[in-house]
Design a protein around this ligand. Sequence first.
Ligand SMILES: [Zn+2]
Length: 405
Amino acid sequence: MRLSKGQTSWMALKIDLEKAFDKLRWDFISSALSDAGFPPGLHRSWEALLSNLAWTLGNGESVNFFSDIWVPALGPLSDYSQILASTMSQISFASVLNEHGEWDVAKLSEVFTVNAVPYILGIKPPDTQSGPDMCVWRWTDHHDFVLKSAYYKCSQPILEMSDPLWKHIWSLQVPQRIHCFLWITCRQKLMTNLEHCKRQLTDDPHCPLCHREVESILHTLRDCVYLRQYWRRIVPQALLNTFFSSSVQGWFCLNIDGAVSLNSDKATIGGLLRDNAGNFVFGYSKFIGCVNSLHAELWSLYIGLQLAWDYGIDYLQVQTDCKQILQLLSASNVESSPISLVRSIRKFWHRAWFINLTWTPRFGNIASDKLARLANCSSFELSFFSLPPLVLGDILSSDALVVTL
Ligand SMILES: [Zn+2]
């Protein structure tokens, strides 16, 4: 750049903050703004901006372990270190993870104060599969800036329209009311007696025609004895067996829940897997650390999916009473969600199984809530139940009404 005598020259730098966040000297930006005569309020706002940003961990490569904010509830971890400043440079993500890539609780306890450790444990550790770290808004559960969150909420119906299932239904050459009926059915929203029972509009979930079975959606549309005769006239003889049997056999239902103490941020999770007859397959509970309720629910889903996958499930229905999870996982940008747990959870959808995520009212999710409250907050070990613990009592049979497909 050519300088004219007696003049101060400037050049403009266009900065992509997301990419340059860890490569810029922010004090340089601040002093440059000051020298250029920008109002003091503006250049001071850089510092304010930095304190409002945080990292969600991907591979951990862009994040400074002590000076960057990657535990939003705490801020820079240098404030919670109990080791000498001269030895901080020896600590990195790799040095506080065990051979399985999980947090090494003993090592963290050596480095940080006792109140900070649970908050760190609530963060998903970095791993090489999770892509780059992301710079995000610090103060919302979603890590979205508030205005963007509002926009997202307004645009939900549009995002929903991009769902492949909806596109398929829309492409069918049928009257509009059939489109609506199919969509309601596929969303598990058809008002059967089972659904009425869930909403406490009736206490009898049975079919009003045959009085033999619970009136689930599948029973209403196919399995009721009064309907079978009509299907036999329509479905080719060679396909009848397949038609009547290729149902929900093989489906399992995973209920998840998280609980956060009102007095502290200590969060526990619980979940249980049942077969399509409502039989208990396994349950789990775990103390997660200190996180907000959304992240507790996400942890419960993440661990539940891992356990279900290890169990060898092919068809899995997941039920949660947290609508935020449904919104996050159905968003068009889910693959690049600012929440690393969401990105990791979404990866389960790419595996060789079928997952259907649905919302259930709280009273249909009591068993997993009980399991979450069963977790021992003095240990980070996962409790796995191959038999239903006593605390579930009669809850399993009442919840089973709600999980019947
Ligand atoms: Zn019936």
